[in-house]
Structure formats: structure tokens, C-alpha cells
Design a binder for this molecule. Structure first.
Ligand code: ATP
Length: 198
């Protein structure tokens, strides 16, 4: 098994790269998806979050009220730590389950937006970073429906390109067209994945 950690700032193209790698045969493990799954309605994860933060973080339909929870933890580092203490172990456990289900010779790509912020680079055989210049990311995020100020604030709250590059084995530049990105993914696959010894 080859374990690849895929990361990049918001709107850099992680999901796009994930899809390209999946098309080449990789098994994708999506950290954002898992983080939602472990607090889905009816889960012990949601029950634990409601117990810690009160019924106001549960929406009328029984799902987690993310804006309400965000308001609680936004300006309270201790609350943030408590939330992370509930969610992170559940995410780790579910991630390990999914990785264990992959075939022994699989190429497993973990899409982890906050890989650098949460200091996880050493968990992977290879760290793949996708980058796009900031204005391109803002334009793409706005096209996806985010307000420009929100896009800029979120970019500013994350690790910098330099911090991500410091842990990268390979950097993909997604400032150009999807075709240009696909060429880089092909090169990465040929040089770092396809040629690895079994
Ligand atoms: P997030 O951090 O929000 O999960 P992400 O890093 O997964 O984002 P994507 O969702 O892959 O990034 O890309 C962000 C947006 O930019 C999407 O709407 C996607 O379709 C678009 N996009 C990605 N790459 C390109 C490209 N090379 N040219 C044009 N649009 C692109």
C-alpha cells in the first residue's frame, strides 16, 4: 500500500486532483466527508457534541447545526479543543477503518485540507500539495458561491503556501487549465506511483 496525503489551501483544487487520481485507480479517503459522517444524525458523535455544547447545536431536523456550533467555538479556544477532542478521534478511527478495507496493494489518497495545520505530514509515504495563486483561488471560490471577503478570510486563516511546500514531496500547480493539471497528475503517477517497487 502506498499512502499519499493530499492537501492544499481552500479552493486550490484538492477535490479535482482527487477525482483525477481516483480515475487512475487510487482509493480516495476524504477527511471532510468523514468529519461530516461521524456527526451525522443518529451517530454517537452527534450525541457527544450535543451533550458537550447543549441542544442549541442540534437543528430542528436532527442534524448538527454547524453555524450554531461555529458561533459557540469561534471565540472560545477551550470549546474548540473540546470539540476537536470529540471529533478528531472519531475521524481517525473511521479513516483507519477505510484504509484497512483497501486492498493491500492499493494507492490510498487521503484528502486532508488541514494536513499541515494539524501536523500530519509524517503519517504518509508521500505528501502531495496542490497550489493555485491566491487571486485564482478567490475567483474560483466566488464562482462556487462564496463571498469574496469570506474566501479571503478563509485563505488568511489557513497555513501559507510556504508552510505547505515545506512538507511537500510533490507540488502540483493548478493555476492553469484542468488539462495542465491532468498532465502534472499523469507525470506524478508515472514517476512516483507507477514506478514504485512492490
Ligand atoms: P475546498 O478547499 O473548498 O474543498 P478544493 O481544494 O477541493 O476546494 P476544488 O473543489 O477541486 O478545490 O476546486 C475549487 C473550484 O475551482 C471548483 O469549483 C473547481 O471546479 C474549480 N477548479 C479547480 N481547478 C480548476 C482549473 N484548473 N480551472 C478552472 N476551475 C478549476
Amino acid at each position: 500500500m502506498l499512502r499519499i496525503g493530499l492537501t492544499g489551501g481552500i479552493g486550490s483544487g484538492k477535490s479535482t486532483v482527487s477525482r483525477m487520481l481516483a480515475a487512475r485507480g487510487a482509493v480516495i479517503v476524504d477527511a471532510d466527508l468523514i468529519a461530516r459522517e461521524v456527526v451525522a444524525p443518529g451517530t454517537p458523535g452527534l450525541a457527544a457534541v450535543v451533550e458537550a455544547f447543549g441542544p442549541q447545536v442540534r437543528a430542528a431536523d436532527g442534524s448538527l447545526d454547524r453555524p450554531a456550533l461555529a458561533t459557540v467555538v469561534f471565540s472560545d479556544p477551550e470549546a474548540r479543543r473540546r470539540l476537536d477532542g470529540i471529533v478528531h478521534p472519531l475521524v481517525r478511527h473511521r479513516t483507519a477503518e477505510l484504509v484497512a478495507q483497501a486492498p493491500a496493494d492499493a494507492v490510498v489518497v487521503n484528502d486532508v485540507p488541514l494536513l499541515v495545520e494539524t501536523d500530519q505530514a509524517s503519517s504518509y509515504d508521500l505528501v502531495l500539495v496542490v497550489e493555485a495563486d491566491q487571486e485564482t483561488r478567490v475567483t474560483r471560490l466566488v464562482q462556487r458561491g462564496l463571498h469574496e471577503e469570506d474566501a479571503r478570510a478563509r485563505i488568511a486563516a489557513q497555513a501559507t503556501d510556504e508552510q505547505r511546500r515545506a512538507v511537500a514531496d510533490v507540488v502540483l500547480d493548478n493555476s492553469g487549465t484542468p488539462e495542465e493539471l491532468a498532465e502534472q497528475v499523469d507525470r506524478f503517477w508515472a514517476e512516483q506511483v507507477g514506478s514504485r517497487p512492490d
